[in-house]
Design a binder for this molecule. Structure first.
Ligand code: ZN
Length: 311
């Protein structure tokens, strides 16, 4: 329990919220920095994303239209990762699991080894005190040439301690990726996948069962099924929720109607996270503050959610 954090919420003192130790367990590293940082770095005026986007397709349109240069050169990618570490440190994040897309091994002549050594260096430079769990991330899009091989290289490198699957949720059945998750589990890695953002409650359960997940990224559709919620709570599968992302991608009407309240009330361990700060604009501190403002949770309940992420 942290009374300063609770006071920050009830007395509208953002600095107290920011200074309190928090986690960010659902963060796509290359999109984890501030838009203003990228504008300054690239020397161009990147327009802000539309306030509400229709799902991943419209978000991808924005990314490919305006943020593409960020990922095309090694220099820009490395800036993006540094910006994400700086953002975490400035926001009082003490534990971060940020996914690095496996495609980025392509920026390094020695592939996964080069990527790993850059990541270690960036962490040391910008956020050495933050407990950083290296997480490899990959999209369900295995049709992209050479992509599957990048994923296998990252897994075989032995560097990453967590794995996360994302992209078009219903594009492929979870069985397609089962061999990778089995291997990850054998290596003692934490297993995570995006589900229940656009898919339904049964899809969350199926994905979690097939891939033997420790945590689900989003998972909010579970709130429509008592059976699935009971199963998640019983199996202690955590949901790493990103409320602002859900609103801005049109999945949830507004923060006041976010199903995280239902999930919490069913005994599911939930956490609050950024997803893509560069696009959605809300830090972890903002997520707590904004959710408190809606009246969905008390300060003590949000403090409990904060502690979930630090356990
Ligand atoms: Zn995500």
């Amino acid at each position: 329990m942290n009374l300063d954090f609770q006071k920050g919420l009830t007395e509208n003192l953002p600095d107290l919220i920011r200074r309190t130790p928090k986690s960010d367990l659902h963060n796509h590293a290359a999109l984890g920095g501030q838009l203003s940082d990228f504008r300054a770095f690239l020397g161009t005026d990147i327009p802000p994303p539309p306030p509400i986007m229709k799902g991943l397709r419209e978000m991808d349109r924005y990314i490919y239209g305006h943020l593409r240069p960020l990922f095309q050169t090694r220099e820009n990618f490395e800036f993006a990762i540094g910006a994400a570490f700086r953002q975490a440190k400035n926001d009082g994040i003490v534990r971060i699991e940020m996914s690095i897309d496996c495609w980025f091994v392509n920026h390094y002549p020695n592939r996964a080894e080069g990527l790993a050594s850059f990541l270690k260096q960036s962490h040391q430079e910008y956020a050495p005190d933050v407990n950083w769990i290296p997480e490899m991330g990959f999209s369900r899009n295995f049709e992209a040439p050479g992509y599957q091989h990048c994923v296998e290289e990252c897994l075989d490198s032995g560097f990453f301690r967590s794995i996360d699957l994302y992209g078009e949720e219903l594009a492929e059945p979870p069985e397609t990726y089962q061999y990778l998750f089995k291997k990850a589990k054998q290596q003692g890695m934490k297993c995570k996948a995006h589900a229940g953002e656009f898919g339904d409650a049964d899809h969350v359960r199926k994905t979690a069962e097939v891939l033997e997940l420790d945590a689900v990224q989003h998972g909010i559709a579970s709130a429509t099924s008592h059976e699935v919620m009971h199963w998640l709570a019983k199996n202690r599968i955590q949901l790493n929720v990103c409320p602002t992302s859900n609103v801005r991608l049109g999945v949830v009407k507004d923060l006041a109607h976010h199903p995280i309240r239902i999930l919490f009330d069913h005994g599911i361990r939930v956490t609050l996270n950024t997803d893509d700060l560069l696009i959605f604009g809300a830090s972890v501190s903002d997520e707590y503050f904004n959710l408190f403002q809606t009246g969905l949770f008390s300060a003590a309940e949000l403090d409990q959610i904060r502690e979930n992420g630090l356990r």
